[in-house]
Design a binder for this molecule. Structure first.
Ligand code: SAM
Ligand code: SF4
Length: 333
């Protein structure tokens, strides 16, 4: 089987799949409070998601990240995890993981760990209950902290993802860092991206460049750049004084597209070859057109053959260029 290689000689080894557009939170930078969700019939069924992911794995994908919306609010999602975990057992899949808001983790962390999941990403922008309720609108901090604690007890390695938001969590940089160090969690900061139809002005107001965040860290600590690469826009430093690893995801102020190894599939089966471009391929039609996977495989190969060189996000001229109308919950963060 010829593996998936794009026109810029980048092997595609990492798939992020969104299993739902729904969520039990309404984070202000991600969703409108009253979101119109997709009709259920448009979503891929769990069996279709399995066929799709298994086909990508057959074509060389070694890392699968399940996301959303909130992946753990999809009904029977554990059935999907249980089934797809068979590829971990055969060794075809090296890593199965998920990104979650943590609200349901207390219930399922032990099951996820038992299936062979080793590491998870949990999004957490603040450690203050009132601010948490403000930014997530519907989320409650104690529930998430309990979920994170359950994950740790189950032996899952937790990485905390924090969206850097100007005027919101700037004052929590060091408290978040200390909390993660104390709990043994890695911490990665994410620059807010121009997704969804929120006003351009608001987006620029929220934008806290990670260059500035890093400079604040460097004022207090000695930072050593790490060579570690995951094929994405994340870069890591070690804080010499504590040994802690901190990540920065800066798709806007830097562009690391040359080593991009990933593609994304939405919960309706649209394959996005780049998070920052509109071009996509419909995989639901070939999935539903036949029981075999040949049509699906052809559609995937044809799409990878037009994976673009990079994205066009740019805040540099004080306006949001390359803005995407899709919400992050649609493409899957
Ligand atoms: N619901 C899960 C969660 O919150 O982790 C998974 C999906 S969420 C869309 C994935 C990640 O995208 C989260 O860490 C979230 O903070 C981030 N995100 C959402 N909207 C964003 C935006 N406009 N810019 C940057 N990150 C965003
Ligand atoms: Fe839901 Fe995650 Fe979006 Fe927040 S960031 S609204 S938790 S999908």
């Amino acid at each position: 089987m010829t593996p998936l290689i794009d026109p810029f000689a980048r092997p595609i080894s990492y798939l992020r799949v969104s299993v739902t557009d729904r969520c039990d939170f309404r984070c202000t930078y991600c969703m409108a409070e009253h979101m119109q969700f997709l009709p259920k019939k448009d979503l891929l069924t769990l069996e279709e998601l399995d066929r799709l992911c298994s086909t990508f794995i057959r074509l060389g994908v070694e890392k699968l990240r399940v996301t959303g919306g909130e992946p753990l609010v999809r009904r029977d999602i554990l059935t999907f995890f249980r089934s797809i975990a068979r590829h971990l057992e055969t060794g075809a899949l090296k890593e199965l993981t998920l990104t979650t808001n943590g609200s349901q983790l207390a219930k399922v962390a032990a099951d996820l760990a038992a299936l062979g999941i080793r590491r998870i990403n949990v999004s957490l922008d603040t450690l203050e209950a009132a601010k948490f309720a403000e930014i997530t609108r519907w989320g409650r901090l104690p529930q998430v902290l309990e979920g994170i604690a359950a994950a740790k007890r189950a032996g899952l390695k937790v990485k905390i993802n924090t969206v850097a938001l100007k005027g919101f969590n700037e004052d929590e940089l060091f408290p978040l860092l200390d909390w993660c160090a104390g709990e043994g969690h890695d911490l990665t900061f994410i620059e807010v991206m121009p997704m969804g139809e929120m006003g351009e002005e608001m987006r620029l107001d929220q934008y806290w460049a990670l260059k500035d965040l890093r400079a604040r860290l460097a004022d207090r600590f000695t930072l050593t750049d790490l060579a570690e690469r995951t094929g994405g826009p994340a870069r890591y430093v070690r804080i010499e004084e504590t040994g802690q690893k901190v990540g920065f995801i800066t798709p806007l102020s830097h562009n690391f597209c040359e080593s991009c190894n990933r593609v994304r599939v939405t919960c309706t089966g649209e394959l996005f070859m780049c998070l920052g471009q509109e071009d996509n391929a419909d995989l639901r039609a070939p999935l539903r057109a036949s029981e075999g996977d040949e049509l699906l495989e052809q559609a995937i190969r044809a799409a990878i053959a037009r994976k673009p060189k990079g994205h066009d996000f740019d805040y540099s001229r004080q306006k949001v260029a390359g803005q995407m109308s899709r919400h992050m919950s649609h493409t899957g963060g």
